[in-house]
Ligand binder design. Structure first.
Ligand code: K1U
Ligand code: ZN
Length: 194
C-alpha cells in the first residue's frame, strides 16, 4: 500500500499542502524535455495567476529552494518567484523579466530543484538591472547583486529552456544524467520494498 501511495505522490501534478488554499506542484526534473520549453510572456494577470504564484511559493519553500521558475512546474509563461533571505521573509515575484544592464562576473556553486543533488560552479554577471512586471502587471525595476543576481539569472535561464548543467562540459553533463538516473533507480527500489 505504501509503495502505491509513494507512486501516486511522486507522479501527481498537485500534492497535498498543509494550507488548503495552496497546492504543492510537481517539479519537473532533468532530463525531461519540458524543461527545454521557451516560455511565452504573461499577458493575463488574474486570480488563476495569483493562485499559481501562491502554489509556486509553497512548492519552493517546501523543497526547500531560494527560487523557482514557472517552467519547473510545467507552466510555460515568463514568471519566477524568489526568496534569498535567511529568514524566508522576503518573497519576490518577477514577471516578464528582461536584463537591461549587467556588470562584472562572479562564480557561485549553484544547485537546482530540477537537478536534485547536483551542485556546480557557474560564472554569471555580478550585478544586473532587470525590468519586469509585478503580480498586478505594474512595471518593476530590480537592481540586484550577489546571490540575488545569481538566482535571477538562473531562473531567467529556465524561462528560455536553459539549465545550469548546460554550462558544464558534455562529459560532466553526461555524468550528471547518469547520477540522477541512479538516484531515481535507488528511490524506486526503496519505494517498491516499503
Ligand atoms: O531554480 C531552482 O531550481 C531553484 C534553485 C535556485 C538557485 C540556487 C543556487 C544558485 C542559483 C539558483 C535552488 O533553490 S537550489 C536549492 C538551494 O540552493 C538552497 C536550498 C535551501 C537553502 C539554501 C539554498
Ligand atoms: Zn533551477
Amino acid at each position: 500500500m505504501l509503495a502505491v501511495d509513494l507512486k501516486i505522490y511522486r507522479n501527481s501534478a498537485l500534492r497535498a499542502s498543509p494550507d488548503p488554499l495552496m497546492a504543492l506542484r510537481e517539479i519537473v526534473e532533468f532530463p525531461d524535455p519540458r524543461l527545454r520549453t521557451k516560455a511565452r510572456p504573461v499577458t493575463v494577470f488574474d486570480a488563476q495567476l495569483t493562485q499559481l504564484i501562491a502554489d509556486m511559493f509553497e512548492t519552493m519553500y517546501e523543497a526547500p529552494g531560494i527560487g523557482l521558475a514557472a517552467t519547473q512546474v510545467d507552466f510555460h509563461q515568463q514568471l519566477l518567484v524568489l526568496d534569498v533571505s535567511e529568514e524566508k521573509n522576503a518573497p519576490m515575484v518577477i514577471i516578464n523579466p528582461r536584463i537591461v544592464d549587467s556588470k562584472g562576473s562572479q562564480v557561485y556553486q549553484e544547485g537546482c530543484l530540477s537537478v536534485p543533488g547536483i551542485f556546480a560552479d557557474v560564472e554569471r554577471a555580478e550585478s544586473v538591472r532587470v525590468e519586469a512586471q509585478d503580480i498586478d502587471g505594474k512595471p518593476l525595476v530590480i537592481e540586484a547583486d550577489g546571490l540575488l543576481a545569481v538566482c535571477i539569472q538562473h531562473e531567467m535561464d529556465h524561462l528560455v529552456g536553459k539549465l545550469f548543467v548546460d554550462y558544464l562540459s558534455p562529459l560532466k553533463r553526461e555524468l550528471v544524467r547518469k547520477k540522477l538516473a541512479k538516484q531515481r533507480r535507488n528511490a524506486d527500489s526503496v519505494a517498491a520494498s516499503a
